[in-house]
Design a protein around this ligand. Structure first.
Ligand code: LMR
Length: 399
């Protein structure tokens, strides 16, 4: 008997598959605007100096490789929760918020999905349309029913009114996933007034927000990007937040993140956390230690933290400059109006509005890699080749 005979082949991941296709492309002029990783002026995804220094310290001081426990590294959890919720957060002072370390932000999302499926049964999770494709599959795999609220329409514009109108009809108790900043894949974010309006609907409908916070520091700054998270945390009795250290600490492959739970009191937080540890035990047992130890070392040391913040600021500034540079480079082709939104947005991603055919032509004719949805990782642009990129875009837009 051939046990695997009935196993069908599934298509590769639409985002990670691009990384492989890009690596295999022999064209020296290739450009990777696919997977969401930051790239420097040399086209490398650097290890921040603060991370290198922290790693050196850890190598010298680490005395054990024993398990870190169900919630992970306690120092990491406490420092990361403070970074997310703010230094003076009353939730932290009252013991109403706690972080469970997870393998990356994706692990945090999966843990949240399993928690909802096990402990809050029959709740639907509502995702923005569009959203990161893994949100769709991950929550379905966790056993949740997935529905959508409108976010960015076919005209490639943020439609806050449609979003709010749709959320106003979501059944009480359902879960709503929101992107704290740097919306993936569109790059369109809510402004502060929009967030306040969304909060009112969430309160009125008694919904549970799950805020995906994967890009803290890549939008307007570490504190500024936490606006919605902190607004919701202070106004609502309960909240789930997934935090990722992949991008802001450059720790992508170290799989470092956390699920932060805010509960209405410390007792209930302990109940929820007991469930999370139990669910995590069946997912990954205990989380990987290294990345979290690096983050804890940096956030726990004033000098390393200042260095890291400078490096993060530089990454954010570079992406903002690339955004403006691309729109300027499109001007001679008469395309600057069409793509003007790219310069106004923040973070790594922009929905370009390019069609799947245009994206395919960019890849086949120019070795420029974007996600099929037309999402570009602006952080992947080579500033020295921005005119070539603009020319390639103009070519596929012209025909
Ligand atoms: C992306 O959206 O490109 C990143 O978040 C990487 C990933 O895991 O998909």
């Amino acid at each position: 008997m051939k046990h695997f005979n009935a196993v069908a082949r599934v298509p590769g991941d639409p985002i990670l598959g691009l990384m492989e296709a890009y690596r295999a492309d022999p064209n020296p002029a290739k450009l990777d605007l696919g997977v969401g990783v930051y790239k420097d002026a040399q086209g490398l995804t650097p290890i921040p100096r603060a991370v290198k220094l922290a790693e050196q310290r850890l190598i010298d001081s680490e005395t054990t490789k024993t398990y870190v426990g169900g919630h992970g590294d306690a120092a990491f959890g406490s420092l990361l929760a403070t970074l997310v919720l703010g230094k003076g957060s009353p939730l932290l002072a009252d013991g109403r918020a706690g972080a469970t370390q997870t393998p990356g932000g994706t692990g945090a999302l999966r843990l949240a999905g399993d928690f909802i499926a096990h402990c809050l049964p029959h709740r639907t999770i509502w995702l923005s349309d569009p959203t990161w494709p893994i949100h769709e599959t991950l929550f379905t795999e966790a056993g949740l029913r997935v529905k959508h609220y409108p976010y960015v329409g076919r005209d490639n514009r943020l439609d806050v009114e449609a979003m709010i109108a749709a959320l106003s009809h979501v059944p009480a108790g359902d879960v709503v996933l929101l992107h704290a900043c740097c919306h993936n894949p569109t790059g369109f974010d809510l402004d502060q007034d929009d967030w306040r309006r969304v909060l009112e609907v969430i309160k009125a409908r008694e919904l549970l927000p799950l805020i995906d916070f994967a890009y803290q520091g890549f939008g307007d700054g570490l504190e500024e990007d936490a606006f919605a998270v902190r607004l919701f945390a202070e106004a609502l009795p309960e909240l789930l937040i997934t935090s990722s250290c992949s991008k802001n600490f450059g720790l992508y492959r170290e799989r470092t993140g956390a699920l932060i739970v805010c509960a209405h009191d410390a007792e209930k937080l302990t109940d929820v956390r007991s469930q999370l540890a139990s669910l995590a035990r069946n997912l990954w047992s205990t989380p990987p230690a290294h990345g979290a130890a690096v983050v804890a070392t940096i956030l726990g040391d004033a000098e390393l933290k200042a260095l890291w913040q400078d490096e993060l600021d530089a990454m954010r500034r570079r992406v903002a400059e690339l955004r403006v540079g691309l729109v300027q480079a499109l001007e001679p082709h008469g395309l600057h109006q069409r793509f003007a939104h790219i310069a106004r947005q923040r973070g790594m991603f922009s929905y370009t509005g390019l069609t799947a055919d245009q994206v395919a032509r960019l890849r086949d004719e120019f070795s420029v890699y974007l996600v099929g949805s037309g999402r570009a990782n602006v952080a992947g642009i080579d500033a020295n080749r921005i005119d070539d990129l603009a020319k390639a875009i103009a070519t596929v837009c012209a025909t």
